[in-house]
Design a protein around this ligand. Structure first.
Ligand code: 5GP
Length: 209
């Protein structure tokens, strides 16, 4: 039987601002270097050390709107005043090639991905409590009170949508949370539905009379 490649997994790490999803994403990528990152388009300015095409594709609002109009995004959202979006073509090319793709995006985007791609695996990251989330948002030291309150309000709305997700991981400690996320991904690799072709091949070659 011809060895047809199984489609890759689409895994989304999401959660409220301040929950630590960026840190966990970085740690999971270190633990699982075979996961391919989805590189988003953003209209925000690059931060020191960020490279175009590596961390993000830095584009103008006009360019982002043109990509929206051309249906080039798998999902896009306005995240606290900046536009973000996932270019569709590279993600589908990687999945078709059997690569597992890891996303780190906001909850609005995660929701759109689940609607368009129900096989996606959505992981929600949250602090152990709202008090802890507030502490972390304040701890950044860069945000004004008004912004902190806005993000806390959004976080309540995002947590209320937990049922859209497949997994809920509490980030009490970033290393442990990353360990849990890596465990979820490792287990998903053995999911029967996403490995159907491989299992059928195994049954035909080794377990038939
Ligand atoms: P930052 O600008 O700090 O890198 O990211 C700000 C927020 O935008 C984070 O919550 C991040 O998860 C989210 N984000 C990054 N890329 C995308 C994307 O392509 N789509 C959506 N919906 N959110 C994104």
């Amino acid at each position: 039987m011809k060895d047809k490649k199984e489609k890759g997994l689409l895994i989304v790490i999401s959660g409220p601002s301040g929950a630590g999803k960026g840190t966990i994403y970085g740690k999971v990528r270190q633990k699982m270097p075979d996961l391919k990152p989805s590189i988003s388009v953003t209209t925000r300015a690059p931060r020191p050390g960020e490279q175009d095409g590596v961390h993000y594709y830095f584009r103008t609002v006009e360019e982002h709107k043109r990509m929206q109009a051309n249906d080039e995004f798998l999902e896009w959202a306005d995240v606290y005043g900046n536009l973000y979006g996932t270019p569709k073509a590279p993600v589908f090319a990687m999945l078709e090639a059997g690569e597992d793709v890891l996303f780190e995006i906001d909850v609005q985007g995660a929701k759109q991905i689940k609607e368009k791609y129900p096989d996606s695996i959505l992981i929600f990251i949250m602090t152990p409590s709202f008090a802890e989330l507030e502490k972390r948002l304040r701890g950044r030291g860069t945000e004004k009170e008004e912004i902190i309150q806005k993000r806390l309000g959004s976080a309540r709305g995002e947590v209320a949508q937990y049922k859209l997700f497949d997994y809920f991981v509490t980030n009490d400690n970033a290393d442990e949370a990353a360990e849990r996320v890596a465990g979820i991904i490792a287990a998903e690799k053995y999911n029967i539905m996403s490995n159907e072709q491989k299992i059928q091949q195994l049954l035909a070659e080794r377990y038939s009379d």
